[in-house]
Structures are given as structure tokens and as C-alpha cells.
Design a protein around this ligand. Sequence first.
Ligand code: AMP
Length: 394
Amino acid sequence: MRFLEDAHFEGKRVLVRVDFNVPLNAQFEITDDTRLAATLPTLRYILAQGGALVLMSHFGRPKNREAKYSLVHVRAYLEKALARQVLFAPDCIGQEAERLSQNLKSGEVLLLENVRYYTEETQNDPAFAQALARHGEIYVNDAFGAAHRAHASTTGVAKYFTEKICGKVMQAEIENANKVLEKAERPFTAIMGGAKISDKILIIEKLLPKIDHLIIGGGMAYTFFKAKGWEIGKSLLEADKVEVAAELLKKAQEMGVTIHLPQDSVVAEAFSNESPYQQLPSDALPADKMGLDIGSAAQADFAKLIHNSKTLLWNGPMGVFEMPNFAKGTAAIAKSVVEATQKGAFSLIGGGDSAAAIKQMGAAQSVSYVSTGGGALLEYMEGKILPGVAALMD
Ligand code: AMP
């Protein structure tokens, strides 16, 4: 694979696949600029080397060219961050867009409209990919968060270039994931949470031979409790995964991995921040209660484990962290991970909700690496070949 330092950008038009899929509020203002900010080093590097930038990205899931999914909403941010004018092509392919990209000079920037305004993007349509490819002489992919999708702008487009380059975000994501998968210092503790165990089964299986401890929190913990024959009341249950959970518990034991489930839970009668709540031991939850967060004894248990670990991988919240009354467990884990990092552990935060929790605490700089790609990171760690990565190697 070739990286930015291996290419000569001087005088070239560089088509960069970025991930500008950022959240907006009702006024179309960016509410979290993480993905935009992450790719700025790649963009600045190419500009400093004398390249011209043609930027393409997906944005949301438009059905009908809805205005809220226009990439024009990120233009002002980019102009400020790159300290220059950013031209905008109201369509990502076609005559007007091509005229704009062909006239670009060294140091200039063109932002293309949302590639997902075309269904051909997700269909990886060859003619569409070829039309996109006309915008540049070098292709750079820096959209790790979209690398698990074989779409035209992430995959199909690459075959029209001899120069295919891995951007800095993509490079950092792969290097950090590999560090955890291949060179982890022990003890290695994985922390898994979130709603569904079905999304995490493959990664847990992949991690078992590499880790010493597995902490399981969040809604998925209750399917494991069920597998142990405990009463879980109205807690989240994936009934068809109880057997899988039992198998994972058995497999972990055979492989010498200790699985840690929350010994106590914060429970409520309803899935609501207004519902009165209390802490109870997790092994006998009343029929009318649901577990919505890990309790304080579990937080203390997990903190001890995390503090004693040298490698940490965290994916998924410990509770319904969107509701303040059930966010304390997730915040406590975030705090422990930060403290362990300060003591020298390597900590990788696997995107999505755990990244949001770390950011909420203002601690994104206090962990080793926060991934920008939730789904893509999980698939990479499961051992899958990501189409967007493979396309750079062909
Ligand atoms: P996932 O997408 O599988 O990582 O799940 C993230 C979601 O899990 C978040 O929206 C949380 O609110 C939710 N979640 C975490 N813990 C629980 C729980 N105990 N019960 C229900 N939902 C939960």
C-alpha cells in the first residue's frame, strides 16, 4: 500500500474520498466536527505539496436530493480550516463539475456534492465510478469510516487510477487496530457494551485468543445473564442469542479469558430518564424492572481491572448513556480508561457511542486513539478485508 509520503502531488489534481458525514442541527450547523477535523492533516499535506484537491464524500442517506444532505453545509467549515476559498460543484459528476475540477490550479480546492444523491454510488456502478475518476490524476482514500462498503467512491473509482494512495486517517486507523490485534502488551482487556450482542459476536470470537479479560456491559450483558440462568426482568434480551452467549462463556473459560459481567445494575420500571431507579444485584432482577446501567460495585470492579491492564479496547456504552440517570457507568469506564492511559496503557476507543462518551467528558485527547469508524473498525478487527482498503492495494 502507498501512503501520502510516497506520492508527488505537485501540479496534480487529487481526488480525495473523505468522510464528511457529520451530524447537523436544525439550522444545518455542524454539531460534531470529529470526522472533518480528522482528515484535515491529509488535506493540508496535499495542498502543501502543491496539489489541487477535489473532495468527495457521502452525507447521510438521501432518498431524493434533500437539501439537508447537501455537502454545501460543510463548505464554510472547510474554508476556515484550510484558510482558502473552497469551490462547490452542485453535482458530483457531469459537465459543470468536470469544468470546475479541470480548471483547478495548485493549492485550490473543489468540494463535490454528495455522491449518495446518485443510487449508482451504493450500487458501485462502473460508469458512475468512471465519471468520478475524471476529476483527478491521483486518488486518495481517507474515508476509513466508509471503507467497509464497496461503493463507487470507495472502491469502484480506484481501478481508474494508477496512483492510489492511503490517506493519514486510513493509515492511522489501520495501524492502531493492528497494534491492538498483533502487538498488544498484556494484560489486554476488551470492554464491550451497547445494545446488541449479535453485532459483537464475531469480534468477541476473534479477540478471545488475544485477550486476558473481557468486560461485558450495556444491554448485551443481560443476554449473558440469561445464559447463566439468572432472572433479568424486563431487561434487553436477544432470546435467539442466549445459546451463543452460553457458548462464548464456555469458549472463554477454555481459552483462559476471564469474562466480567456487572455484578450490580441500575434498574428502572420504564425505559425513561424520568422513571425512578435503584441499584440491585444483577443476579435476581424483579420481573417488573429493567437494567439500564451498570451499578457502582461493577464500576469499582471494572476500574480495578482497567487500571491493571496494559492494552484496552473499548466498544459500546455500559448503559443507556443518552439518559443522564443511566450514563454514570459509561462515564466511569471512560474515566478509568483515561487513568489507565495516563499510567502507560495503550487505549483504543472503537468509534460510535464510546467515542461520543469520551468526547462528552472532554477526554478524547487523553486516550491513545479514538477511531472515527465504528462499523469499519469492527469489521477490520473481525478479520474481514475492507473493500475500500483492498481497492488501494490492487
Ligand atoms: P450498539 O449500537 O449496539 O453499540 O448500542 C448502543 C446503544 O445501546 C445505545 O443507544 C444505548 O442506549 C444502548 N444501551 C446500552 N445499555 C443498554 C441497556 N442496558 N438497555 C437498553 N439499551 C442499552
